[in-house]
Design a binder for this molecule. Structure first.
Ligand code: ATP
Ligand code: MG
Length: 200
């Protein structure tokens, strides 16, 4: 690069730093956040698990609530079984992609929701991951207002991560951070088999 280009680059970087510093100075509110990771691309649950790892790494007490039981024993479930500070809840009866029993699935959804509800009034619980909960609203197993009310009344420093496709509009409005993962390509659609350690 010639000197002119280097000088322009340095000026751009300086302006960029000023903008970022200004934003940092203005972000003064101390409170937990509600994060929604939605969309049709791969990476929602694994993103939530990455943040869970980050929080656990700081010694925080956390919870992982899984609303859809996969066909296989997930690597993360086996790994986290040995983790202190983590409470796990799995919808163990009923809903998988293979069941078609509305009453049974609704009961299973309501049971796990009731089990995890005390977490939303536990100030020691720093992060709750609600994995695949969006489908519970889509299929009318749970009412979105029940979730919103738990979120509104939770301890101030508690963080929440919600994953799943088709997150309801009310939830997107309420959340502090929303990421939509867009599928550009997925190996499965090219006939590549799902594999241990990547898909589960
Ligand atoms: P992951 O758990 O890998 O982060 P996800 O939570 O974003 O995925 P889900 O909708 O929960 O995705 O689906 C779980 C499974 O479906 C994963 O095995 C994932 O690889 C696969 N999957 C996700 N998105 C797609 C897609 N666009 N096409 C095909 N398979 C997908
Ligand atoms: Mg998922």
């Amino acid at each position: 690069m010639n000197n002119n280009k280097i000088q322009r680059h340095n000026e751009r970087m300086k302006r960029h730093k000023e903008i970022v510093d200004d934003k940092i100075a203005k972000a003064t509110i101390e409170q937990g956040v509600v994060i929604v990771i939605t969309g049709n691309g791969k990476g929602k649950t694994t993103s939530a698990l990455g943040t869970l790892l980050r929080s656990l790494g700081h010694g925080h007490h956390c919870a992982l609530v899984q609303f859809i039981k996969g066909q296989w024993a997930c690597g993360e479930t086996q790994f986290f079984a040995q983790t202190d500070n983590l409470k796990t809840f799995t919808m163990d009866t009923g809903f998988t992609w293979n069941t078609q029993d509305f009453a049974q699935d609704k009961l299973a959804a309501q049971t796990i929701w009731r089990e995890c509800l005390p977490l939303f009034s536990d100030p020691n619980c720093r992060l709750i991951v609600l994995d695949e909960i969006t489908y519970m609203f889509k299929y009318n197993y749970l009412a979105i207002n029940e979730l919103l009310s738990a979120l509104k009344n939770r301890p101030k420093q508690q963080n929440i991560i919600i994953t799943g496709r088709g997150a309801p509009k009310e939830l997107l409005e309420f959340a502090d951070t929303v990421s939509e993962i867009k599928p550009l390509k997925h190996a499965f659609n090219q006939g590549i088999k799902a594999q241990e350690g990547i898909e589960w």
